[in-house]
Every structure is written in structure tokens, then in C-alpha cells.
Design a protein around this ligand. Structure first.
Ligand code: HEM
Length: 455
């Protein structure tokens, strides 16, 4: 009866004023569009659709987070977080559970790829100045997300309870002890005692399956909401006579996102199929492997510790985090927002910073291994000075030196770089340096952490 009443209205809706018949959207597409429009505005600037602007890195990170959540839930059905059973439960998962090995591999590789994807996303956001124009809060949230990604990875590392995980966590947590004043307390908090044992496994398990995912969910939701509230992703300012060009979100943006999402699924799936997640022999607190290395994403830090006093490394790390956090306030010139490297000069500054790192970092590592011996040259001087303050001041001087060298205009035929471009040069130096130190830590450190060739 009620449907009969609605019939004339429906007839009217099906015919436009000019008499042409139009198709009403189905209920499914209504629901779909509604979902999409919670995430995106109905129309997006054409600029925002350029894949080579974001490289889809934020979206790829989202897909990886979802994949981690899904496979993590499945792994929980089989994993047993008791010291006597943890390793065996992973072995059983690998050998007795249908697709167990594959699901574990997808979880493992998604987590590792997420570190890379979110790091590259951070770099892209910096290079395009996308922390400007009201995006400072989202930049900070992003930094928090990156820490969550690292801690999430780190807490999962121990769970298989094999030699690799046991000793990586032992080494990594021993680094925590160097945090001034709070070091031992922080370490004991994570480990639930002075050593890696059942308390540590229980703590890491709780952090990994409840606490970190909850933090990730909350911060990621806020991050995406903020992107939307900031009017979508950044883009270059329009010239005076330019009119913004908009495109419908569905299908233009949605198709790109779907395609990128599917590529991620295929790549992770294929990679996991051919590369099972590693599982060494069962953890043995009596036998430490040589070399005992931290998880790969901390190897840049571990490498620095071979060259500097831990306090110097911690201070350097803290300063870098603070510098990154306050970046939106020290670089407020928003006229170059949305432009890779700010300008042509900025691009040259970044290339200069990166090439300098490619030259200086390996040189410093080699010199320190075979020649540099300040404690020997300055006998009687406290090691806090010889391996602490001196290398710390040298590193800071290099950062400051690059900044002022770029600003001076001496490098590019007296074309001066502005503040924003000079900062870009320092950022490029730091990020390239970090990547190189990590590569040295992964491939060029052998027994007793001596410098070796990987082949
Ligand atoms: C789990 C990690 C992360 C995920 C899943 C994520 C996701 C996203 C997504 C989907 C976008 C919109 C599309 C895009 O720009 O690619 C975005 C934008 C943004 N992200 Fe992230 N992000 C993460 C980590 C970070 C990090 C580490 C930073 C920097 C410290 C960051 C800062 C930003 C900023 C400032 C924007 C706005 C960019 C613009 O307006 O162009 N995010 N993020």
C-alpha cells in the first residue's frame, strides 16, 4: 500500500524535466558512496590525483596496517605466549596449520614493509612541505604513528622466541638502559625485570596484540580525519588567474586507491609465498650469537653506538626527534607547499645533502674502524669527552655547517638557498645518512661487529 503511494514520486525521479530517463542509484552504490564520502570529499582537486605526488604511500601504509590487523587476529588463534610453548606454537603453525606459514609470512613482511612505506611517506611529506598551512598537528600525529609502527614491530619481534628474536630484543633493550636517568626503569618496565624472560614475553604480547593496535587505530583514525579536515592533501598554491579544477572522487580517486591497494596485496602475497618468515632455533639465553644484532630498523642506531658514547647517541636521537617535531614551526613559509623540493635550487640543495652523506658517512665509518682513535691520541682524557662530546660536536657541526654553507650561496654560483631549501639539504643529509648506517649495520658488520664485506 505505502509503496503504491510512492509510485508517482518514483516515476518523477526516474524522468528528468526534459523527459529523459535517468537511472536511480542502487541501494548498494548508495551505501558504497556513503562509505567513500566519509573518507573523502565528493570532489577532489585534479592535482591531488597525480600518483607521482604521493606515490600512494599513505594509502599503501593503510592497506598494510589492515593486513597486519587481519593476519594478526588469525595468528592469535594458534600462538601461545608462554615461554615453554611460544616457539613450539609457531613451529606447529608453520607445519600443521593450513596456510599457517603463509599467514605468518604475510604478517611478518607487511610489518617490515610498513616501516619502509611509512618512512618513505614521512620523507615525501617533508619534501613537498606538506606539514605547512595548518597541517602541523597532522605532521606530529604522523610522527607518533611512525613511533607506533616501530614499537609495534619491536614488540612483535620477541614473540617467536627463537635465537634471533631473543637476542635482538636483549640487545635492543640494553640500548634503552642508556636513556639518561630513566634508562633502567624504562628497560625494566618493558622486560618486567632485569632480563628477557616470561615477564618480558607477557609484556610484549600484551603490548603487541592490544595496546599498540589500539593506539594505531586511534591515531590513524585521527590522522585520516585530519587529512580530510585540512581540505584534503596539500597542493601547490594557485596562481592569481588560475581556477581550481575538480574531479569526482568516485571513480577517479577511488579507482587509483583500489588499484594501488590491489597491487600491495599481490606484491605482499607473492613475496610471502616465496619468502617464509624466518624462524631460527629455540631461544637459548646461554648462547649468544655472534654478532648479536638489533632488529634491522634499529641497526642504524646500533651502528652509531659503535662510534659514539651511548649518551651522545641518545642526545643526538632526542635532538633529531625534537627538530622533526618542531619543523612546521621553524619552516613556516607556505608559498612553496605542494612543490617537490620547494624549487629548482631546493632540489640541488637536497641532492647536495644526499651526495655529501653518501661520501662522508661510509668514509667516517671506515676511518673510525681503522684509524680514528681519539682515546689513544688523548690519553688521560675521560672517554665521555673522547667518544662522547667530541664525535657529538663533530656531527652537530656537520648539520649546522651544511645549513650555513647552503644559505651562503657559495655552492650554486651565488644563488642563495632560502631557509626552507637549506633545511631540506640538512634533512636529505640526515635521512641518507640514516639509511646508509642501517645498510652498514645490516650487511657490513660481522663477528664482534667488525667491518666486513657482505660477499
Ligand atoms: C602508519 C603510518 C601512516 C599511515 C597509515 C598514514 C596515512 C596517510 C594517508 C592515507 C594520507 C593521505 C594520502 C597521502 O598523503 O598519501 C596521509 C597524509 C599525511 N600524512 Fe600520513 N600516514 C602515516 C604516517 C605518517 C608519518 C610518519 C608522517 C610524518 C611524520 C605523516 C604525515 C602526514 C601528513 C602531514 C599528511 C598530509 C599530507 C598532505 O597534505 O599532502 N603520516 N597519511
Amino acid at each position: 500500500m505505502s509503496l503504491e503511494i510512492l509510485k508517482p514520486l518514483r516515476e518523477r525521479l526516474l524522468h528528468r524535466d526534459d523527459g529523459e530517463k535517468v537511472e536511480l542509484p542502487s541501494r548498494d552504490s548508495h551505501v558504497r558512496n556513503n562509505l567513500i564520502l566519509h573518507l573523502h570529499p565528493s570532489r577532489v582537486p585534479a592535482q591531488a590525483l597525480r600518483f607521482s605526488y604521493t606515490w600512494g604511500l599513505g594509502g599503501i601504509s593503510v592497506v598494510l596496517v589492515l593486513l597486519l590487523g587481519l593476519t594478526g587476529l588469525l595468528l592469535m588463534f594458534r600462538y601461545d605466549p608462554r615461554v615453554e610453548y611460544a616457539y613450539v606454537s609457531i613451529q606447529q603453525l608453520e607445519t600443521e596449520v593450513m596456510f599457517g606459514s603463509f599467514i605468518r609470512a604475510v604478517h611478518h613482511w607487511s610489518a617490515n614493509f610498513l616501516v619502509i612505506a611509512s618512512f618513505l611517506h614521512l620523507v615525501r611529506v617533508f619534501l613537498t612541505g606538506s606539514f605547512k598551512q595548518g597541517r602541523s598537528v597532522n605532521w606530529i600525529i604522523g610522527l607518533v604513528l611512525f613511533v607506533i609502527v616501530l614499537v609495534g614491530n619491536f614488540t612483535g619481534y620477541l614473540l617467536p622466541w627463537d635465537q634471533l628474536s631473543y637476542w635482538a630484543i636483549t640487545v635492543s633493550t640494553s640500548l634503552m638502559a642508556y636513556i639518561p636517568l630513566l634508562g633502567t626503569a624504562v628497560r625494566n618496565f618493558f622486560l618486567g625485570g632485569p632480563q628477557v624472560g616470561q615477564a618480558a614475553l607477557s609484556n610484549f604480547y600484551a603490548l603487541h596484540v592490544v595496546f599498540m593496535p589500539a593506539l594505531m587505530l586511534g591515531f590513524l583514525g585521527y590522522h585520516l580525519w585530519k587529512v580530510r579536515k585540512n581540505g584534503g592533501i596539500s597542493q601547490p598554491l594557485l596562481k592569481e588567474d588560475e581556477k581550481p579544477e575538480f574531479k569526482a572522487t568516485n571513480p577517479h580517486l577511488v579507482n587509483i586507491e583500489l588499484a594501488a591497494g590491489m597491487v600491495v596485496l599481490v606484491v605482499v602475497g607473492l613475496y610471502a609465498m616465496f619468502n617464509p618468515a624466518p624462524l631460527g632455533s629455540i631461544a637459548n639465553p646461554m648462547v649468544s650469537p655472534n654478532p648479536a644484532k638489533a632488529a634491522w630498523y634499529f641497526l642504524g642506531l646500533q651502528e652509531l653506538l659503535l662510534h659514539m658514547h651511548p649518551l651522545a647517541v641518545m642526545t643526538l636521537l632526542a635532538l633529531t626527534v625534537v627538530a622533526l617535531a618542531i619543523t612546521p614551526w621553524i619552516d613556516r613559509d607556505f608559498r612553496d607547499i605542494g612543490i617537490y623540493f620547494r624549487s629548482a635550487i631546493g632540489r640541488r640543495a637536497a641532492v647536495f645533502g644526499s651526495l655529501l652523506a653518501v661520501y662522508l658517512v661510509p668514509l667516517a665509518v671506515i676511518l673510525d674502524e681503522f684509524w680514528y682513535d681519539v682515546p689513544g691520541w688523548l690519553p688521560g682524557v675521560h672517554t665521555n669527552i673522547t667518544v662522547g662530546i667530541i664525535p657529538f660536536l663533530i656531527t652537530i657541526s656537520v648539520f649546522v655547517g651544511i645549513y650555513f654553507l647552503l644559505k651562503s650561496g657559495l655552492l650554486f654560483k651565488n644563488e642563495k638557498t632560502n631557509h626552507s631549501e637549506a633545511m631540506l639539504g640538512v634533512f636529505a643529509f640526515m635521512m641518507t645518512g640514516l639509511i646508509l648506517l642501517t645498510i652498514v649495520g645490516i650487511y657490513f658488520r660481522g663477528q664482534n661487529m667488525a667491518l666486513v664485506l657482505p660477499f
